[in-house]
Write a protein that binds this ligand. Structure first.
Ligand code: FES
Length: 232
């Protein structure tokens, strides 16, 4: 029987790694493209050994990535957390309404995954959600957004449509953008700031691991702009 994990936790250490506890599984997830070169799917990669607790690099300098090797001390890392502490729904930039779906968008969470760019884009697909194919694609694209920037809501029930995730972590690889991506946190894992503040628990969110996000501890897509490459 599958072991359910409910108590996974990530503590953001001051100017240091993410301290992970609770037997959280860790794997690699790879962003793949369709034949037109548009981002379309996730592919599972390496599965890392299960450990009760471990430290994941967030400075971007570790030579044993995704784990911390202490490089943040030598190459002094400023990991100051600058992200808003408001809840997702208090950070929205826009709401897009269609006949069947509504789409909420909080850009500060964007990890530059680019699933939302495919076809005519998630916003237009939502506007056209009276068409079953458009509706299906809008749901798929929003659910594929690792950062939880985009959430689709069923207008009939008023509920968010979310992928079913167990608590787990994944390090993202983005070969089409020629870079390594963030840490994808799934299934409502508690993330705690260095000062003890508990960020809103969410089904999907991404944490910076290049060390350069302006929205720490969350990813802001900077890894794509700088071509970040993790060591392993
Ligand atoms: S946070 Fe320790 S090596 Fe990057």
């Amino acid at each position: 029987m599958k072991k359910e994990i409910k108590k996974g936790k990530i503590v953001v250490s001051k100017d240091g790694p993410y301290l992970v506890s609770g037997n959280l599984p860790l794997e690699k997830e790879i962003i793949t493209t369709d034949k037109e070169g548009e981002v379309c799917c996730w592919k599972k990669g390496k599965i890392y050994p299960v450990q009760e607790s471990y430290a994941l690099c967030r400075c971007g300098k570790s030579k044993t990535a995704p784990y911390c090797d202490g490089s943040h001390v030598e190459d002094v890392f400023d990991g100051t957390e600058t992200a808003s502490r408001k809840k997702y729904l208090e950070q929205l930039d826009s709401k897009t309404k269609g006949p069947e779906l509504e789409l909420t968008d909080a850009q500060s969470f964007c990890a530059n995954g680019r699933f939302c760019d495919r076809k005519e884009g998630t916003w237009n697909l939502t506007k056209n959600s009276g068409d079953p194919a458009a509706k299906k694609m809008a749901i798929r694209q929003a659910c594929d957004c690792p950062a939880g920037r985009l959430v689709v809501w069923d207008k009939k029930t008023g509920k968010a449509i979310e992928p079913a995730f167990d608590q787990s972590l994944a390090v993202v690889d983005d070969p089409s953008a020629k870079c390594s991506g963030p840490i994808w946190v799934k299934g409502g894992v508690q993330i705690q700031a260095a000062d003890g503040f508990e960020y809103e628990k969410r089904n999907r969110v991404t944490l910076c691991r290049c060390g350069k996000s302006c929205n720490k501890p969350f990813c802001d897509g900077t890894h794509v702009r700088i071509g970040f490459e993790a060591s392993l």
